[in-house]
Design a protein around this ligand. Structure first.
Ligand SMILES: Cc1cc2nc3c(=O)[nH]c(=O)nc-3n(C[C@H](O)[C@H](O)[C@H](O)COP(=O)(O)O)c2cc1C
Length: 173
């Protein structure tokens, strides 16, 4: 199974990228590709820019990457209770190619942050809207207090209960 994993973050040292990579590699029989949304950076979306530029190649390429995958793992970073501007911009451009951005793929939605909230607010937004954008959610998982709960050296969740919860979700693909 071809699994596309990425963080909805443009941070070069993204904790969400670490979580997405870890989770994707837990999926049985997965061949994992980790994408960096920085490779799809575009001007800030506006309808005026769209008239001027049409559909940028980066948006087409991102849409195709999603389409070529058998399964998708996204970990959402939370900025001020919502999506990062970098991800929202990419999403907005891509949604103009096709509102069904996730193309009926099975998807695991994750989120983490340094605080105890574990980016749950953005995760709730993402999971609530997922069906609207044709994502077949297999589950969602928020990892609170990333630096306490994720072992950076081993690249895995330290807490047994949290780790087992995520492992169970990865079996649902
Ligand atoms: C502008 C800004 C706003 C943030 N807002 C939130 C927030 O609302 N909730 C939260 O849990 N963390 C917030 N954070 C902290 C991020 O969770 C933290 O920077 C985290 O590393 C982002 O994930 P990433 O490493 O995958 O980019 C914010 C950080 C920035 C820079």
């Amino acid at each position: 199974m071809k699994v596309l994993a990425f963080a909805a973050s443009s941070s070069s040292n993204s904790m969400n990228k670490k979580l997405a990579t870890y989770a994707a590699n837990l999926i049985p029989n997965a061949t994992v590709e980790v994408l960096d949304i920085n490779d799809y950076e575009m001007p800030i979306f506006s309808e005026d820019r769209e008239k001027e530029l049409g559909q940028p190649q980066e948006a087409k390429d991102f849409y195709q990457k999603l389409g070529n995958a058998d399964a998708i793992v996204i970990s959402y970073a939370e900025h001020n209770g919502s999506y990062t501007a970098a991800f929202k911009n990419l999403f907005d451009w891509t949604s103009r190619i096709d509102m069904k951005v996730y193309q009926n793929k099975p998807m695991l939605a994750l989120a983490t942050s340094p605080g105890p909230g574990g980016a749950k607010t953005v995760l709730t937004s993402a999971t609530n809207s997922a069906p609207h954008f044709a994502a077949k959610l297999v589950g969602s998982f928020s990892l609170p207090s990333f630096y306490d709960n994720f072992d950076l050296e081993k690249g895995e969740i330290r807490d047994t209960e949290l780790r087992n919860t995520l492992i169970e979700l990865t079996k649902k693909f």
